[in-house]
Design a protein around this ligand. Structure first.
Ligand code: ATP
Length: 204
């Protein structure tokens, strides 16, 4: 079989990306989580972390050599130029590593999933042939995220306000999974979409 086609899976915070990814996983579909890759590219010993320490100074590292994420967040939150510098470094590094991991060896399905909250906001969507959006009403998003992370409403609302608006995200979708339903119904949507994607990309 040739290289698998890459399908994007995105949605706002707490919309159910991980839940839906696991449902595809149960059908034998491999997925790569962009949040995990974003951490991997700045692990000790990576070129990106070396550049960050050169740029911001050794104080940006913890005693064990790990990136001090809280310190970095504080800097880039205050200074848009520093944020741009960091994004110009990290986005290509993340994208390259995603592209590498999205080509697993001996993989026997016609497609793989790239699961990413920033799929449509960054150039990650240039890696994908089609994009799936996991969609729930904002109120559901707020309630589920508050419950999962033990966060207060204000904090969750601020995160949602900083993300792409729901209507905009949905307008960019090739496929929508509605996740304001019982899990069994969501699983049914996933099975149907999986079938459609198999038919579309089988033999390519
Ligand atoms: P994040 O962007 O914050 O990583 P996510 O989009 O991956 O979140 P999940 O962690 O999959 O979202 O789901 C958010 C919460 O909602 C979890 O606690 C999950 O168990 C719950 N959840 C997801 N789908 C449903 C559903 N259909 N019914 C009830 N609860 C759900």
């Amino acid at each position: 079989m040739g290289k698998p086609v890459v399908i994007g899976l995105t949605g706002g915070i707490g919309s159910g990306k991980s839940t839906v990814a696991r449902m595809f996983g149960a059908l034998g579909v491999h997925w790569v989580d962009a949040d995990i890759v974003a951490r991997e590219v700045v692990e000790p010993g990576t070129p990106a972390l070396v550049r960050i320490a050169e740029h911001f100074g050794q104080d940006i590292l913890q005693p064990d050599g790990q990136l001090d994420r809280a310190a970095l967040r504080t800097i880039v939150f205050k200074d848009a130029n520093e944020r741009e510098w960091l994004e110009a470094l990290l986005h290509p590094a993340i994208r390259d590593e995603l592209a590498r991991q999205l080509q697993p060896d001996n993989y026997d399905q016609p497609y793989v999933l790239l699961v990413s909250p920033l799929l449509l906001e960054t150039d990650q969507h240039t890696l994908t042939a089609r994009d799936i959006v996991v969609d729930v009403p904002v109120e559901t998003q707020i309630e589920r995220t508050m419950r999962r992370d033990n966060n207060d409403r204000d904090q969750v609302e601020r995160i949602i306000a900083a993300q792409m608006p729901r209507e905009h995200r949905v307008s960019r979708a090739d496929y929508i999974i509605r996740n304001d339903q019982p899990l069994a119904d969501v699983e049914q949507q996933v099975r149907e979409l999986h079938q459609e994607l198999l038919e579309l990309f089988q033999g390519q």
